[in-house]
Design a protein around this ligand. Structure first.
Ligand SMILES: *[C@@H]1O[C@H](CO)[C@@H](O)[C@H](O)[C@H]1NC(C)=O
Ligand SMILES: *[C@@H]1O[C@H](CO)[C@@H](O)[C@H](O)[C@H]1NC(C)=O
Ligand SMILES: *[C@@H]1O[C@H](CO)[C@@H](O)[C@H](O)[C@H]1NC(C)=O
Ligand SMILES: *[C@@H]1O[C@H](CO)[C@@H](O)[C@H](O)[C@H]1NC(C)=O
Length: 392
């Protein structure tokens, strides 16, 4: 999850008739509905596939593309026919990355690892995947750099968590939650990053239920740079002898599904090479107005399908598999329908192998809108049974 997203500020003219309500979709490739917003809001281009009516006044006029592709419907789970189940389905387990710049920080004060009871809860419901974010500065100290030795205490914590999860028969994705930034500077050395991954994968190469998630949400760097670093990581992981495990690569622009093609990730990551042919593209998607995952309200009940459509098409066209590593939304009817529609479209496409909800974790505040930490996280009562479990 990221904290902010820049929207481009192109806008189209407002006129009074046949208008789209604020937050509604008003354009984008394949859009055949109205491109006019209600008075007081403006149609803003988010990306080539999506324009949205945002509060505010129009300033400029541009035209949006309206090619004649069809938009799939967003059926509820009861009508989601002919679907392929996810191979991996579960939740993020936040905590080890908490405490931001407290390096190395103190276990139980600055950061925490997932609660075994929370793991048990989801395994008991039939989920089989956990994404475990951690901070690189705690695992490899800035004094020695990312290619340096591991902190034995933090590695021991991580290994305990990994072994607990895989001991339950579930998969665990190791997620350096660093946005391609280490020690307050952009990671640029492909050779150092490759070495980091050779070292880390080497620790877990004999555990076939471990998944290597190369880097959480690179952003502010060219897609080609994100690609080069991810390719180096894939090479490093395989060089460690970890040849059977799944690898997940993430692109720039917070690896957003809705901007996967427009950000340049599509063009760059089509070239990813894995000698073991077991790498999938991890994307993230939220359904609030700016796609940041910071608001409980969803744009509409169909926004899930809409924001994933272009990414699904790209995966199909490039013969790649997708993994929605973060999806989150509020506890309300629009969001439940949006999430259900998203999962249905993903499972019907056959190109998405997994998904994980954002997020469980012992330290989320009680009012965090997409907490799925049992027993009372806000996503537990309705979102879990209505929008997640039907897709197990
Ligand atoms: C998990 O939680 C963190 C928040 O600490 C967030 O930044 C991240 O994107 C979420 N996804 C995962 C798997 O952590
Ligand atoms: C993490 O390490 C601390 C000590 O460094 C220990 O007290 C704690 O039990 C560990 N937690 C896990 C989940 O391994
Ligand atoms: C990976 O896929 C390529 C292309 O389909 C194939 O030539 C190669 O043998 C595969 N490698 C493995 C290890 O399966
Ligand atoms: C079911 O889905 C598969 C894969 O998406 C598709 O090829 C097939 O035509 C679908 N079958 C029906 C009956 O819709």
């Amino acid at each position: 999850m990221k904290t902010l997203v820049a929207l481009t500020t192109l806008a189209i003219a407002v006129s009074p008739a046949a208008a789209v309500a604020v937050w509604g979709q008003c354009g984008g490739q394949g859009w055949t509905g109205s491109t006019v917003c209600d008075a007081g809001s403006t149609c803003v281009v988010s990306n080539p596939f999506y324009s949205q009516c945002l509060p505010g006044t129009a300033t400029t006029t541009v035209s949006t593309t309206t090619t004649a592709t069809t938009t799939s419907s967003a059926p509820g789970s009861t009508t989601c026919s002919n679907r392929t189940k996810f191979k991996y389905f579960g939740v993020n387990q936040s905590g080890a990355e908490f405490g931001g710049s407290a390096w190395p920080g103190t276990w139980g004060k600055d950061f925490i690892f997932p609660a075994p009871s929370s793991i048990d809860y989801f395994v008991g419901k039939g989920f089989n995947f956990f994404r475990v974010p951690f901070l690189m500065e705690r695992l490899v100290a800035p004094a020695t750099g990312i290619a340096g030795p591991f902190s034995s205490a933090y590695l021991a914590n991580l290994t305990t968590t990994v072994n607990y999860i895989t001991g339950k028969g579930a998969f665990v994705a190791l997620d350096p939650h660093n946005f391609m930034i280490y020690n307050n500077a952009a990671i640029t050395s492909t050779s150092d990053f490759q070495k980091f991954w050779t070292n880390l994968a080497g620790q877990f190469k004999s555990n076939t239920k471990v998944i290597f998630d190369v880097m959480n949400e690179p952003n502010g760097i060219p897609a080609s740079t994100a690609f080069a670093l991810n390719q180096a990581a894939v090479n490093g992981i395989r060089a460690s002898g970890a040849t059977s495990q799944l690898i997940l690569v993430e692109g720039t622009s917070w690896t957003g599904a809705w901007t996967w093609v427009s950000s340049g990730n599509g063009a760059a990551f089509a070239a990813i090479q894995d000698p073991n042919n077991n790498t999938a593209i991890e994307m993230h998607q939220y359904f609030d107005s700016d796609g940041s995952g910071t608001h409980a309200a969803c744009v509409s009940s169909t926004i899930g399908v809409e924001r994933l459509a272009a990414a699904t098409s790209w995966l199909k066209a490039n013969n790649m598999k997708g993994f929605l590593g973060e999806i989150g939304a509020g506890n309300n009817a629009d969001c439940i329908a949006a999430v259900s529609g998203a999962f249905c479209s993903m499972q019907q496409s056959g190109v998405w192998i997994g998904a994980s909800w954002w997020a469980a974790g012992p330290w989320w505040p009680a009012d965090y809108f997409s907490s799925i930490e049992p027993p009372n996280g806000l996503s537990i009562a309705q979102v879990l049974p209505q929008a997640l479990m039907p897709y197990l």
